[in-house]
Design a protein around this ligand. Structure first.
Ligand code: ADP
Ligand code: MG
Length: 273
C-alpha cells in the first residue's frame, strides 16, 4: 500500500493554521468551553477516571488518546453528564440546561448506536421532535446533504448502509440540534483505512463550516495527527501528558506517550514497508 498524503503520520504542511495552545490562551484569544476539576469515577472499587483536570477550548480539536481501558469513554460520558462523577466536577461556559443540545456524541460503532428498526429519516428526526425543533422533513434533508448522503436515504434502514454511510448518519444525528461541541468516541476505529480518510475529511470540513469544537477520542495516533490541534494522553485513568500536537508528536516527555508513539510508528512501518 502506498503512503498517501491523507494517511501520512507526520505532516507539517498544515501547522501554520493549526489551533491555539495555551500560549494563545494567555493572550486572551482562547475561551474555555468545558473544564473538569479533579474529575473521578470509581466503578466497584476500580478507578476508571482518576482526578482529571482539563480544559477544552472553544473551536479546537483536542484529542484524547490512550490504550483501551484507560478511561477515555468514561471521561467523555461524564462530560456529557451521561454518568455521574464519583468526585470532582465539570464546568461549562454555557447554561448546563442546554447541555443536551450543546454537546453531542458520536460513537465508534454506528451499527450498535443506530436503532436498527428505525429508518434513517426517523433516526434523524427523533432529536428534533424531542427538542421540539420543528421543520423535521426539511432539516433531515439538509442534514443528509451536510454529511454527503443522498436525500432518498431517509427511507432506508441502517443495515442497508455501509459502515462509512452509517457513521455519516451518526454524525448527521449529532449535528441535528446544532451543537457547539461534538465528542467523537473512536468514530473511525471500526472503519477500514480508505473510509476512515473520507470520514476524517468530512469531520474536518464540518468543523470548518460550522465552527465546531471537537473532543476526538482515539487510540490510533496516526488518525489523531490528521485531525487534532492538541493532545491529551490518558493512562490508567489519569492524564499523564498534554500539549500541542507538535510537542506531543515531536517532543513527548512522558514515557507512556513515547511508548504509544513508537508503537504507532512500528505498526505504520509494518503496514507501509
Ligand atoms: P476506554 O474508553 O479508554 O477504553 P473506558 O472508559 O471504557 O476506557 O473504561 C475504563 C475502565 O472502566 C475499564 O477498566 C472498564 O472496564 C471500566 N468500566 C467502564 N465502564 C464501566 C461500567 N459501566 N461498569 C464497570 N466498569 C466500567
Ligand atoms: Mg472507549
Amino acid at each position: 500500500m502506498e503512503l498517501t498524503r491523507e494517511l501520512s503520520l507526520l505532516e507539517t504542511a498544515t501547522f501554520s493554521r493549526r489551533f491555539p495552545t495555551r500560549e494563545r490562551e494567555e493572550q486572551g484569544n482562547c475561551k474555555v468551553m468545558i473544564k473538569t476539576k479533579n474529575l473521578t469515577k470509581v466503578f466497584d472499587g476500580l478507578v476508571a477516571v482518576d482526578n482529571v483536570s482539563l480544559e477544552i477550548f472553544k473551536g479546537e480539536t483536542v484529542a484524547l488518546v490512550g490504550e483501551s481501558g484507560s478511561g477515555k469513554s468514561t471521561l467523555a460520558r461524564m462530560l456529557l453528564n451521561l454518568i455521574t462523577p464519583s468526585a470532582g466536577e465539570v464546568i461549562y461556559d454555557f447554561d448546563p440546561k442546554e447541555l443536551r443540545r450543546t454537546i453531542q456524541i458520536v460513537f465508534q460503532d454506528p451499527q450498535n448506536s443506530l436503532n436498527p428498526k428505525m429508518r434513517i429519516g426517523e433516526i434523524l428526526r427523533e432529536p428534533l421532535l424531542i427538542h421540539k425543533m420543528g421543520k423535521g422533513k426539511e432539516r433531515v434533508r439538509e442534514l443528509l446533504l451536510m454529511v454527503g448522503l443522498p436525500a432518498d436515504y431517509v427511507s432506508r434502514y441502517p443495515h442497508e448502509l455501509s459502515g462509512g454511510e452509517r457513521q455519516r448518519v451518526g454524525i448527521a444525528r449529532a449535528l441535528a440540534l446544532e451543537p457547539q461541541c461534538i465528542v467523537l468516541d473512536e468514530p473511525v476505529s471500526a472503519l477500514d483505512v480508505t473510509v476512515q480518510a473520507q470520514i476524517l475529511k468530512l469531520l474536518r470540513d464540518l468543523k470548518e463550516k460550522l465552527g465546531l469544537t471537537y473532543l476526538f477520542i482515539a487510540h490510533d495516533l496516526a488518525v489523531v495527527y490528521q485531525l487534532c490541534d492538541r493532545v491529551v494522553v490518558m493512562h490508567q485513568g489519569m492524564v499523564v501528558e498534554e500539549g500541542s500536537k507538535e510537542k506531543m508528536f515531536f517532543a513527548p516527555v512522558h514515557p507512556y506517550t513515547q511508548k504509544l508513539l513508537s508503537s504507532t510508528l512500528e505498526i505504520k512501518n509494518q503496514l507501509f514497508s
